[in-house]
Design a protein around this ligand. Sequence first.
Ligand code: TYM
Length: 372
Amino acid sequence: MAKEMKVTPWEVSGHIDYEKLVKSFGTQHVTPQLLRRIEKAAGELHFMLRRKIFFSHRDMDWILDKAEKGEKFVLYTGRGPSGDTHIGHIMPWIFCKWLQDKFDTELYFQLTDDEKFLHSDLSLEETNRLAYENALDVIALGFDPEKTFLFVDTDYGKTMYKIAVQVAKHVTFSTAKAVFGFENSTNIGMAFYPAMQAATAFLPSVLKGKKIPVLIPAAIDQDPYWRVTRDVAEKLGYYKPAAIHNTFLPGLQGPDSKMSASKPDSAIFTTDNPRDARKKIMKAFSGGAGTLAEHRKHGGNPDVDTSYQYLYNVFEEDDEKIKEIRNAYKSGAMSAGEIKEILAKKVERFLKEHQERRERAKHRIDRFMLKD
Ligand code: TYM
């Protein structure tokens, strides 16, 4: 039997039923009507919207209302620096870059060295170092330095703490326990931390001295934070942030497998040597039949095939091409080895280019960082 689904900001496991998450989290589906509105406002639809990879939202209509009236909204997203960046992490960032280009918006990007220190065995020195490493991946995606503001929690504490205490005063321990599953053994740093993640949704308003609409693109695991943030927003005189949620990219070991920094073969990391990434892809779970003869006869299953999933979610934007690959693989005309080869080539090229941009980002990082 499939393992029971668990989706929290710290653990995603089991077979994910997205329909069930929309219901239990109380979010809205991304509907064809909403997509038409986004298309009208942006001039086109990003492939992650066309494919319902961004499948759920809170108040996206309201963001579009604001945009239509000419009121600027800003983007907020982030990363918990617990290791190297993997391809799943960059999905919401790729989408943010598109939103920044289409809507000419600012992006606020939080790197939570405090959260990952509190939640793991890593030292604060290490999570702080990783935060700056992960920041290079964000910058390498091509964000506009004039409109993109990254910060590391413990290095921007003076500004952040003032907002976070305001939030914390309005969140009871019983709410925090119900939303995040804290127990008596949870350290009190973890109990406070949600106030830091909520605070960033109000940071643009604090910095600009007026109420600013905020849209948060992130995978759905982060939604518990937005529930708390939205609950306190109006009490503090801010707008409730809107959110748009993406699905999870699976690990390389198959549909319900997880990516983990401690298991190098479970994921492709942005810092992987392209040749090593190719080897990982060749070893990854495939939806092909046992032998080539059987595959030619019965075809493969793209819905569980790792290479197909990586192409669909990240590396093949062209709808026609992805459809061709799907059909060829399903019919057996394309072998498991061939689909792996298509992905490996794309990943090698991406890593090579990303790593060059990442090197250049080392000289530009100061232009992006907010400090007290
Ligand atoms: P973190 O570091 O766990 O994840 C970074 C971003 O990646 C998304 N994500 C994924 N997306 C697709 N497939 C996956 N397998 C996958 N795994 C993770 C996450 O949803 C997230 O968007 N607490 C946060 C840091 C944070 C933050 C934020 C994130 C602070 N403020 C605002 C998003 C928005 C964290 O540990 O993320």
